[in-house]
Design a protein around this ligand. Sequence first.
Ligand code: MUC
Ligand code: MG
Length: 367
Amino acid sequence: MKITSIEAIPFAIPYLKPLRFASGEVHTASHVLVRVHSDDGIVGVAEAPARPFTYGETQESIVAAIRTLFAPQLAGMSILDREAMHAVMDRTVGNPTAKSAVDMAVWDVIGKTLGQPVTSLLGGFSGSMRVSHMLGFAEPAVMVAEAERMRDTYGITTFKVKVGRRPYGLDVDVCRALREELGSGIELYIDGNRGWTPSESLRALNAMADLDLTLAEELCPADDVLGRKWLVDHCPVPFVADESATNPAEVTRELLSGAANAVSIKTARTGFSHSQRVLFQCDGLGVEVVMGNQIDGQLGTLCTVTFGAAFKSTTRRAGELSNFLDMSDDLLAEPLEIVDGRLAARQVPGIGTEIDPEKLAKYRLDL
Ligand code: MUC
Ligand code: MG
């Protein structure tokens, strides 16, 4: 039950089309595969996505943090001692996705060692989640066509629309076209990735007042401290903290300062252990949560649904679980399938993140 070694393997898989949003764009999944080995011969698997525009981590920095800091410090520790492991990793500040991938790979080892699905160990509330699809910047007709394809092919009826462009009318036109073309049977919410000012945000919300949006996420920076609080006070729907609330302490600060009144939980940045803390904090305060997407491939998406399906309050809303469909290929041996708008967590020992060795050999960058 002890950790013997931890691998950090950089790989790159192109997306079929880039995802564009107010804080950046992603063309290639330049991620890091993390494998934790135990002395029982068990291997736990997870991944860390490099998102420099959100966390400051690069693929190279994630590999370096795991290989040179975390792997030597964690070797010899019991796989059950997650709290002690985090205390060790937290001697290094930052590096949220590197730490989270180690955390989730350790949970995978625990599940495999006990012969239990991690989703059951976490909470076991439900076997699956409704899926929300994230629509990146494009012309209205292109975004409508993508939403229709997702609805008709996969049964997805919830869409997060990327906004935050200037002039804001560009995004209003997209949301209006989606509502008009897809009708009242779909759920729409928006994510600005800090692209607007507080006053632009409110003007945009007013211009979309008749579109029945259900959430507004990070429309302006949380650093606009008073402006953001003013915006949240005037916002007609829950205002979601995403990149402003990347750990439990930031969640507390954002909620208590009035900078948000809902929270996006991303296992890519809080793993399973700290996602629990974020969730229990929100549950205790009566704050809504949504399972967010870090532009994940299948590995990251499986981790998100493993956590999201495990708890009552994370299954209330659709989770952002479909953008792996935009990737040209993936590492998972058994691909994920969205059926009737739902994605299932895997009922196998661990998370179910078994890797196809040929695909890993094809896409890894360190050989
Ligand atoms: C999201 O919800 O913002 C885009 C940037 C990022 O950090 O995550 C994605 C999706
Ligand atoms: Mg977001």
